[in-house]
Design a protein. Structure first.
Length: 95
């Protein structure tokens, strides 16, 4: 990952927070908490992961993709663009 130190730190902190929330969800399930409350917490984690994913994507576009587009290697440009397309295609198949 090419994120600047502050950006990298923000991503790490968000992921640690998500991990803590997942641990909390496991505890909720173990305690037999109300299903809707569990679902709401799962949705909150999914939203947080979506935010982190966008942060990483933004970093990728500003560094890896920019470098590939500026490069003299057309195969590298196509590879990087195909990666982005494939990530979004895989995501849409999961839904």
């Amino acid at each position: 990952m090419h994120a600047a130190d502050g950006h990298h730190s923000d991503i790490r902190n968000r992921l640690k927070s998500v991990a803590g929330h997942v641990t909390g969800i496991v505890r909720m399930v173990d305690e037999g908490q109300y299903c809707i409350d569990v679902i709401q917490q799962i949705q909150a984690v999914q939203a947080a992961l979506d935010k982190v994913s966008l942060m990483v994507l933004d970093d990728h576009m500003h560094h890896c993709v920019t470098e590939a587009i500026r490069s003299d290697n057309p195969d590298e440009r196509e590879r990087v663009l195909a990666e982005i397309r494939d990530v979004f295609a895989a995501r849409s198949r999961l839904r």
